[in-house]
Design a protein around this ligand. Structure first.
Ligand code: NAP
Length: 324
């Protein structure tokens, strides 16, 4: 997938490209026997993903920190699709307590779980620590999803085993993963305010999304589990993600308008990787415009992926010890 295909929308080897929409890439797919959690499904790409998965028949659970906004999102989905199965559960990914409470609420629903769409995210936020004392973009974009995925894994394994249907985990990363701190992840100073860059911290968290998918995919393959884990860049789409850089993005769009997608196109790669039969058995890969592409060198570093996994586990267990 080169510059030319991104700009023109000419399809790649999958038959889809940057101009494909989520509805187009899932046309004819029957997801009535599937269930999915979509984090951050109250707005932007997550909302369109939830809408299209529900349109194909999946039972969708929206995890959102703003429950009122998520209820409005649900109403929006139901307006055009009265038979859509959509639930809303409170989830604040920058709070480990909230992630655990979300999983308890989800388990209480007694539903199977086929797909986990780790979509929620914040971008370029000013330096801030989460309630667990972790730098906010890392806490929200990576660590919250890391904990969520681990807590849901047994449920997904059981679902995959009992149903015989491949489970799929999809991490929303970004092309911004290429712009990060030296070495990729600031293991020695993840929470340091000195040297904090809102752009590099975002890139670091998006690199972590790819490394997380890679390492989890390796572990599941080693165990012979029927669940795939992939990551992706959705394209560039004007959403509320840009709230900390609205002016910069509007100016940037003037010069790069040919790169931008609408929301329907922005959710296409997520829905493709989550549902399409061509992706069956494909795991540990990175996608752009519904086609597999290579991420940065750091993002393909297995040693770094393993180190991030151990580091994330340590952060979670030390937070647990301190009562969160
Ligand atoms: N838009 C792009 O151009 C672009 C490009 C590359 C990658 N991405 C990735 O795509 C994903 C979706 O982004 P988007 O563009 O659709 O942005 P968006 O419209 O702002 O959606 C992000 C969602 O995440 C939620 N969220 C943020 N912090 C959360 C938290 N602590 N706990 C739970 N939910 C939280 C937001 O909820 P609130 O409304 O409550 O904040 C919102 O619903 C992100 O992971 C982003 O990094 C987007």
């Amino acid at each position: 997938m080169g510059f030319f295909s991104v700009v023109t929308g000419i399809p790649g080897p999958s038959g889809y490209g940057s101009a494909s929409t989520a509805e187009q890439v899932t046309a004819g797919i029957d997801a009535r026997n599937l269930s999915a959690i979509v984090t951050g499904g109250a707005s932007g790409i997550g909302l369109e993903t939830a809408r299209v998965l529900a349109l194909r028949g999946a039972h969708v659970i929206i995890g959102a920190r703003n429950v009122e906004a998520a209820k409005e999102a649900k109403e929006l989905i139901l307006k055009d699709n009265a038979s859509a199965r959509v639930e809303v559960l409170q989830l604040d990914l920058c709070s480990m307590k909230s992630v655990r409470a979300f999983v308890d609420s989800f388990n209480a629903l007694n539903l199977p779980l086929n797909m986990l769409i780790n979509n929620a995210g914040v971008m370029f936020s000013p330096y801030q620590l989460s309630e667990d004392g972790i730098e906010m973009q890392f806490a929200t974009n990576h660590l919250g999803h890391f904990l969520l995925t681990n807590l849901l894994l047994d449920k997904m394994k059981t679902t995959a085993r009992v149903s015989g249907v491949e489970g799929r985990i999809v991490n929303l990363s970004s092309i911004a993963h290429v712009y990060t701190y030296e070495g990729g992840i600031r293991f020695e100073g993840i929470n340091d305010e000195s040297g904090y860059s809102d752009k590099k911290a975002y890139g670091q968290s998006k690199l972590a999304n790819i490394l997380h998918a890679k390492e989890l995919s390796r572990r599941l393959q080693e165990e012979g589990i029927n669940i795939t884990v992939n990551s992706l860049h959705p394209g560039i789409i004007m959403t509320s993600l840009m709230r900390h850089s609205a002016l910069l993005m509007k100016v940037l769009r003037l010069f790069t308008f040919y790169f931008w997608k609408n929301i329907q196109q922005g959710a296409a790669t997520t829905c493709y990787v989550a549902l399409h039969p061509s992706v069956k058995g494909v795991t540990g890969k990175y996608f752009l415009d519904c086609n597999e592409v290579k991420p940065s060198t750091l993002a393909t570093d297995c040693g770094l992926a393993k180190k991030l996994w151990d580091f994330s586990e340590k952060l979670i267990s030390s937070s647990q010890k301190s009562g969160n």
